[in-house]
Each structure stands twice: as C-alpha cells, then as structure tokens.
Design a protein around this ligand. Structure first.
Ligand code: HEC
Length: 185
C-alpha cells in the first residue's frame, strides 16, 4: 500500500525514484522537533500569554529547527503555502508536495497523517531523500492563525510579519508541513 502511493505521487519537478525508504526515523525526528516547538510555545503562553508566545515563535522557531538539523545531519524545517515568515518559503519540490497534500485532504485522506517520501536527484548529480509530513490546525493554533485574532495579537503579528498570510485557518485545515532533506552519500 505504502509503495503504491509513493509511486503514484512521484514528482515531475526533479528526477525521482519510487522509494521504499523506511520513514520511521523521519517520523521520530519530527516528533522530537515538533514536541520541542510545542513545549516552548505552551510554556510561553502560560507565562506571558499569546503576545509573549509570538515573540518566542519569532526568535526561537528557527534556532530550534537549526539545532535539530545539526544534531541529525539532515535539514529539518517547517514550510507552508500560506506563510508567516518568508524564510520558511517552500522550494519547487515542497510546493508540489504541499499541493498534493491539499488534494489528498480534499479526497478524504486524514489531514493528521499525510506524508510523502522520495529520493530526488539534485542538479549537481547528488541525491537526497526528501520527506514531508503534514502540519494541521488544532485548537491551540487558532489564537495566532485563526479567523478572529485578538486586536493586540493581530497588531503584533503585522509588526513582525508585514506580509503575513498565515491567518484565517479553521480547525483541521492543512497549515503546512515539516520537511526533511537527508543527503545520500
Ligand atoms: C502565539 C502565537 C502562535 C501560536 C499559538 C501558533 N503559532 Fe504558528 N507561528 C507563529 C509565528 C510568530 C510564526 C513565525 C515563526 C518564525 O518567524 O519562524 C509561526 C509559524 C508557523 C509555521 C511556519 C510556517 C510559516 O508560515 O512561517 C507553522 C507551520 C506554524 N506556525 C504552525 C502552527 C501550528 C500547527 C500551531 C498550533 C499547534 C501554531 N502554529 C500555533 C505564531 C503562533
């Protein structure tokens, strides 16, 4: 089953191969990275409310991703087609996978479980295993990504991210994805 959907989902932006990669280590890495982000966010909300937590997301989300990347020797990031921080912008391959996730969700797949893995060949001939896993909107996200932001939060977000596109989400929406690139040696 897994192999079937991977073969069907194979991209067209780069040379790629149907892959029977074991995704368990990627799932583990995302659990650790996502858990780390979530606990930082929860502590910040508890200590200083959502306003304070926005600052924590602003200053710590990137360094946390960097720390996990270094530890693993992989690149691990978050991306989205509706961005808050333009530094999280998807590349061509990620854009295509995000579109696939939206389609699969529309076709009734569970948004909490969408994932995709592929071995891609870079333009210099090197190969990498690339993996993405959906990030979805739960209750705790709505204060900062939902439809009705408190005015003081909306002001703070506009101040830090003048081009913010990451509001207006509803429960169960696809917010974006975790993305891992593992170089193949
Ligand atoms: C306290 C406000 C706040 C809450 C609550 C919050 N976020 Fe965010 N989110 C932010 C900020 C600020 C950024 C920009 C971080 C940066 O600069 O890297 C962000 C960025 C992101 C990104 C990276 C992509 C992008 O648009 O830059 C994702 C994905 C994301 N949030 C998902 C979630 C999810 C899922 C939840 C709920 C589990 C959540 N957020 C809860 C404030 C929040």
């Amino acid at each position: 089953m897994k192999k079937t959907f991977i073969a069907l989902m194979c991209c067209s932006a780069s040379i790629c191969f149907a892959s029977d990669t074991d995704v368990a280590p990627f799932r583990e890495a995302i659990k650790a990275f996502g858990g780390n982000l979530k606990s930082k966010l929860e502590v910040a909300v508890k200590e200083g409310g959502s306003l304070k937590a926005i600052e924590i997301c602003n200053t710590e989300a990137m360094p946390i991703a960097e720390e996990h990347s270094q530890k693993l020797g992989w690149k691990i990031t978050r991306t989205s087609s509706k961005l808050r921080n333009s530094k999280n912008a998807p590349d061509a391959w990620e854009t295509q996978v995000l579109q696939q996730f939206e389609k699969r969700k529309a076709n009734g797949e569970d948004v909490t479980k969408l994932e995709h893995v592929e071995t891609v060949q870079n333009s210099d001939g090197s190969k990498a295993i690339r993996y993405m896993k959906s990030i979805f909107i739960s209750e705790g996200c709505l204060a900062c990504h939902g439809e009705d932001l408190k005015p003081e939060l909306a002001v703070k977000i506009k101040e830090l991210y003048p081009d913010d596109k990451a509001t207006g989400f509803k429960l169960g929406d696809l917010r974006g994805a975790f993305s891992i690139t593992q170089p193949v040696k």
